[in-house]
Write a protein that binds this ligand. Structure first.
Ligand code: FRU
Length: 919
């Protein structure tokens, strides 16, 4: 848009420029003037031409002067022809010589005006000038009259080739013919020039002794003739008559007034008339072919008036020139002003144009701004709408998040609930299962009671399996299920497990086939227990869903990278939608409550833990589960390090009721003591019954009570439940491990909670072992025995300090032992030193010190005290000069004889014998 404005402006400026340039004069006609001579008469004529041409705006005049030379003039004329002038003005030097070039110009269509002189040709357009013949005739008549009809006359002619000279001569002859006594003595060619005329006059003077009158065809030659006569002192004898009568010094009029010339005849220059005729020709107007200018005689009678007039005329000419100059200046100024005006107009137009452009662009801008603000407003509205929608979406999102969170929490709570329920079930189930096992072990029970017990056992195990599945599934979901890989032969194992299903297959009359690709090595790295769970689950399902007289086919195969296990059973159909979801947890085919819906989810989890996958396919014939396991290189096997203790070993157990024994006597009696901490009284009594055959048992119903008893009696092993009200087992364990009195006691955490995270917490709290419920009585017993047998003891109690440092006991216990040894060293000299004193000094009761030292060193405090005294004594015996008695007292024996007895018991020889041997 803006570009259009600027284009329009540019056009405007160009138009203004054109207008400005049009205001200057345009040359339409060029006129070439060729003058034959350069004299005052010609100059006057040229001035008139130029002055007259000024009256025409469209005319340009160029004047060239050939100085009486024919060749030169010919060149001038040819120049004008070549320049393409529109009109030619020629004063031909000589009629014959100049005629051809004038004809050429004429033939080319250039109008030709002859002035003053003519040519010997008709090929010219117009003639402007005086009638030279008539003038010559008037001069003849004037001289005839001047000489009163009698006298001698000589003539000095102009250039003989020029028509003016020829015609004047002819006219003169005619003029004087009226006066028969007027004789023309001679006629000489003065070529229109002053000097040449003088020379010719001298010749005539020399030829003719009496001359009354001289006719020179122009005033210039008359003056030359006069001066010649003057030089010959004959000027006074004769009259001099010329032609031209030009005003001005040394010209005709002055010579008349000065008495040098008698008379002259006006020969008009007529330059103005030449231009007028030329313009008429150029403008196509009518014009006279011959324009004859008039003449008149000037002599002493009218010369003064003439002079006055010519002076006046020349002053007027001057004024005219002045005016012309002024006019030229005005015109120039006018031109300048016009240029300025047009320039200003251009600038004005430009400014106006610019203003218009600015206005238009502003208008356009405003319009655009309006449109933009409208669009902006719309966008703002849309933005507001979007913000509102966004707000609504965010609200919906947060509601959804809230819902999802609540759902998540609900699911989590549900799972936690299932887990807790499972835990809660496991304890009572264990308490049912183990007594059933013990009852069945009793051979006195038979018949129907034994059958009922078998039924109970079977169903208790089903319940335990379900509970375990739920707990296992939680483990898998929490990523805490471990894989214990070992070399595993699929074919051997599966074949062996098939036996377990024999009875079930027989019962339902199911045709069973088991096939394996012959000659194939089916060994891989696998977790045997999980493989068993996979196989049993798939096989059990197949048995469960195969109708009577149906078929089960199991195939073991090998593809390039995988082993494949397919379990087919006839008769059952699972829809494709169900097939997709069958491995999801809690999914039940067709919504039937046939199981917990967790078995196949666990199978898939176990398969995937092995890097395999499982798919199901069902059609009209039946259902096939296909499992693939990636092949693994069994030769690269390294036993998997199991970080957590094994549990639930399959061993039979016996429940034995035992009397509760608490109290220092019981504890201090020989044999290890076990403290059982559990909030469940049944568990406490069950565990007590398990342990009391071999151990002295203390029990506590909560953590605080447990710690109190542990501090007081310092048992050899503590068994604590984890989940207890108040202080839980982990915290209880942590506290026990941080107390000097109890930190050495092995702690078994016993709980329904089998989740690894709780185990880790338990171990972090310092637990030495972990047994999950339902526990096996034999497992518990063997664990307690193990811990007592392998408890960390100071085998190097009497060794040097470095050895103690290396012992596998806690730093707390090492500090305790060091402190105890230092205390004994310091006080052993005191024969009254007893365990009570030592305990007090160690910040412990006698029992605590006794139990702790016994547990750590297998020695009672008294034994240790005596051992240390004897060792010190041995050292003194070997290194000092002290007597046996002195040494006995030094190490705290109250009697040297008792010392000697004890020493001999310890070292096999009496101190005296030792000294003797030492010499
Ligand atoms: C000028 C002139 C005049 C004379 C005329 C004749 O050149 O010599 O003096 O009258 O020419 O052609």
């Amino acid at each position: 848009m803006r570009q259009h404005y600027f284009r329009a402006l540019l056009l405007l400026c160009i138009l203004c420029g054109v207008a400005a340039s049009c205001s200057r004069r345009e040359v339409r006609f060029r006129i070439g003037v060729s003058q034959c001579s350069d004299d005052e008469w010609r100059r006057q004529m040229n001035s008139e031409i130029i002055r007259e041409a000024r009256f025409y705006d469209d005319v340009q005049v160029e004047i060239r002067t050939s100085k009486d030379d024919n060749t030169w003039q010919e060149e001038d004329i040819r120049y004008f022809i070549n320049e393409g002038v529109d009109l030619l003005v020629v004063a031909p030097n000589e009629a014959r010589s100049i005629a051809p070039v004038i004809e050429e110009a004429y033939d080319r269509g250039i109008p030709v005006i002859l002035v003053d002189r003519k040519i010997f040709s008709d090929k010219y357009t117009a003639y402007v000038g005086a009638d030279n013949y008539a003038i010559g005739k008037e001069v003849g008549a004037y001289i005839g009259n001047l000489l009163h009809g009698k006298g001698n006359v000589v003539e000095i002619t102009g250039l003989s080739g020029s028509t003016s000279a020829m015609e004047r001569h002819e006219g003169f002859l005619s003029g004087i013919s009226a006066y028969p006594d007027v004789r023309l003595l001679g006629s000489e060619d003065g070529a229109w020039l002053h000097r040449q005329a003088g020379e010719k006059m001298e010749k005539l003077l020399d030829s003719f002794p009496r001359i009354d009158a001289v006719f020179a065809q122009n005033d210039r030659m008359a003056s030359g003739a006069y001066e010649a006569a003057l030089r010959k002192h004959r000027a006074g004898e004769m009259d001099f008559i010329g032609i031209d009568a030009l005003p001005g010094e040394r010209y005709g009029l002055e010579d008349i007034l000065a008495g040098r010339l008698t008379a002259s005849f006006i020969y008009p220059t007529g330059g103005d008339r030449v231009v007028q005729i030329a313009m008429d020709i150029l403008q196509g107007k009518e014009f006279p072919r011959e324009t004859i200018l008039g003449t008149s005689v000037v002599d002493s009678s009218n010369a003064p008036v003439m002079k006055m007039q010519t002076v006046h005329i020349s002053s007027l000419d001057g004024k005219i020139e002045l005016l012309n100059g002024e006019m030229s200046r005005f015109l120039a100024r006018y031109d300048t002003q016009q240029v300025v005006l047009y320039g200003s107009l251009s600038v004005l137009f430009l400014l106006v144009g610019l203003l218009v452009a600015v206005y238009l662009s502003l208008r356009a801008k405003n319009r655009l701004n309006r449109e933009l603000s409208m669009q902006k407003k719309k966008l703002e509205e849309q933005k507001t709408l979007l913000i509102q929608q966004k707000g609504q979406l965010e609200v919906q999102k947060s509601q959804l998040e809230q819902l999802s969170h609540e759902l998540e929490e609900a699911t989590h709570a549900k799972l936690v609930f299932f887990t807790n329920i499972s835990h809660d079930f496991r304890t009572p189930l264990t308490l049912i299962a183990d007594p059933i096992e013990q009852l069945l072990a009793n051979r006195n029970i038979d018949g129907q009671p034994r059958q009922l017990l078998g039924l109970m056992k079977k169903n208790v195990h089903i319940l335990l399996r379900l509970v375990n599945q739920i707990l296992d599934f939680r483990k898998v979901e929490n990523g805490r299920m471990e894989l214990h890989l070992e070399p595993f032969d699929l074919l051997d194992s599966f074949r062996g497990w098939n036996d377990s299903f024999r009875m079930a297959l027989l019962k339902k009359h199911i045709a069973f086939s088991f096939e394996a690709s012959p000659g194939t090595d089916f060994r891989m790295m696998a977790d045997a227990e999980k493989m068993e769970r996979i196989y049993f689950n798939l096989f059990s399902n197949a048995v469960k869903y195969t109708p009577e007289n149906g078929k089960i086919a199991i195939r073991l195969s090998m593809a390039e990278q995988n082993y494949g296990l397919s379990v087919f059973n006839s008769g059952s159909y699972i829809s494709s939608a169900d097939v997709e979801a069958i491995f999801e947890r809690f999914y039940q085919v067709g919504g039937h409550q046939a199981g917990t819906g967790i078995g196949l989810a666990l199978v898939r989890a176990f398969v995937e833990m092995h890097g395999g996958n499982i798919v199901a396919h069902s059609d009209g014939k039946g259902t096939t589960f296909t499992v693939t396991f990636p092949k693994q290189d069994v030769s690269q096997y390294h036993p998997t390090i199991v970080t957590l203790p094994a549990e639930e070993e399959e061993v039979s157990s016996t429940l034995i009721d035992t009397e509760v024994q608490t109290g220092e006597e019981a504890v201090e009696a020989d044999g290890p003591a076990v403290l059982v901490i559990d909030d469940n009284a049944d568990i406490r009594s069950y565990v007590r019954s398990l342990l009391s055959n071999e151990f002295r048992v203390l029990d506590a119903a909560n953590g605080a009570e447990g710690i109190r008893l542990a501090m007081k009696y310092v048992p050899d092993v503590i068994i604590s439940d984890v989940m207890m009200p108040g202080m839980d087992g982990v915290e209880c364990c942590r506290r026990l491990k941080s107390e000097l009195q109890t930190c050495h006691i092995p702690v078994i955490l016993l709980t329904a909670c089998s989740l690894d995270e709780q185990r880790i917490q338990g171990y972090d709290g310092g637990a030495d072992s972990y047994i999950s419920k339902p526990f096996n009585s034999q497992l518990l017993l063997s664990r307690v025995r193990n811990l007592i047998a392998n408890r960390c003891q100071l085998r190097q109690f009497f060794g040097d300090k470095q050895n103690i440092e290396k012992e596998a006991v806690s730093d707390l216990d090492k500090g305790f032992v060091s402190r105890f040894k230092a205390l004994v060293e310091e006080k052993m000299k005191d024969a009254e030193l007893n365990v009570e004193d030592l305990g007090r000094d160690m910040g412990m009761s006698r029992v605590q010190l006794y139990r702790k030292l016994k547990s750590l060193t297998n020695y009672s405090p008294n034994e240790l005290l005596r051992q240390m005294r004897l060792k010190k004594a041995a050292s003194l015996l070997a290194s000092s000069e002290m007597t046996v008695a002195e040494i006995a007292y030094e190490v705290g024996f109250s009697s040297p004889s008792y010392f000697a007895k004890c020493y001999k018991e310890q070292f096999g020889e009496s101190p005296t014998d030792f000294l003797k041997r030492r010499g």
